[in-house]
Design a protein around this ligand. Structure first.
Ligand code: BTN
Length: 255
């Protein structure tokens, strides 16, 4: 598994370009990166702003093999842990991960991840995993409504300048190391659990679970190999919850 890197100064979206390249038969593990995106895509249909040469915008094209389609969204979690490992490999910074995939430095978000899938006859033809990392932003570059919740590598390094190229290459190096194990394990996250849980920001914190018919509270313990968060309820029982069910109560800078 070797990445093939392609760089564009300006593109609509690296996720879209990776998809187009896949539709035209590009090799698996092709990485599309850009200096700026004119139509960057975020979660839930939001746009993602990528100002010129300030952040990393990078996407990998994957033809998943031997991984059940329903497990492919777990690639977002693998991408998160890969960003955390890449940052710590390159810089004297400590990362945490807010379950399921928000990578934090000093309790603030450093990146966004969007995994998109193209299915055909009930199986995934191709997957694109896209990552945007805040690298050279200054405090005022963030919109006032997210200023308290977001940070950049340069802000955290106070003085040192991070390298967009180095962080891009390191992220995909760690991602492919994990992807190899993930695909040979049939889509289990077992291979990343130590790295992931050692950075879990929610660990031993109180969380509120939004659940039918009743919400409940408990203490977050760790993520399991299905990407679920294990929670110890106040009666001592342990439950595993899916993302979308949990609200972390006011514990971090941006929540
Ligand atoms: C989020 O909303 O948090 C996810 C944002 C994902 C942004 C990245 S930037 C590189 C890639 N290309 C896109 O158009 N989106 C992703």
């Amino acid at each position: 598994m070797k990445p093939i890197f392609k760089y564009f100064e300006k593109i609509d979206s690296t996720n879209l370009e990776a998809k187009r390249e896949g539709d035209n038969g590009a090799a698996g593990f092709t990485v599309i990166s850009a200096g700026t995106q004119t139509a960057g895509r975020g979660r839930s249909g939001h746009t993602w702003i990528s100002p010129e040469k300030v952040s990393v915008a990078t996407s990998m094209l994957i033809y998943p093999d031997g991984i059940p389609m329903e497990h492919l969204p777990r690639l977002t979690i693998i991408a998160g842990v890969s960003v955390a490992e890449a940052v710590e490999e390159l810089y004297p910074l400590k990362t945490q991960i807010k379950w399921p995939n928000d990578v934090l430095i000093s309790s603030k978000k450093i990146c966004g991840i969007l995994t998109e899938m193209e299915a055909e006859n009930g199986h995934a033809k191709q997957v694109v995993c896209g990552i945007g990392v805040n690298v050279h932003q200054k405090k005022d570059d963030f919109a006032p409504d997210i200023r308290g919740m977001a940070t950049s590598l340069d802000l955290e390094l106070s003085g040192q300048q991070a390298s967009r190229k180095a962080i891009t290459e390191a992220i995909w190096k760690h991602f492919l190391k994990h992807y190899e194990v993930f695909s040979s394990d049939g889509g289990s996250l077992e291979g990343i659990l130590d790295s992931y849980n050692s950075r879990l920001a929610n660990k031993d914190r109180r969380v509120k679970v939004v659940h039918q018919p009743h919400d409940f509270e408990g203490v977050a313990l760790e993520m399991n190999s299905e990407g679920k968060l294990l929670i110890r309820k106040d009666d001592g029982s342990i439950v595993a919850v899916d993302s979308g069910e949990v609200h972390v109560r006011g514990l971090y800078g941006y929540v």
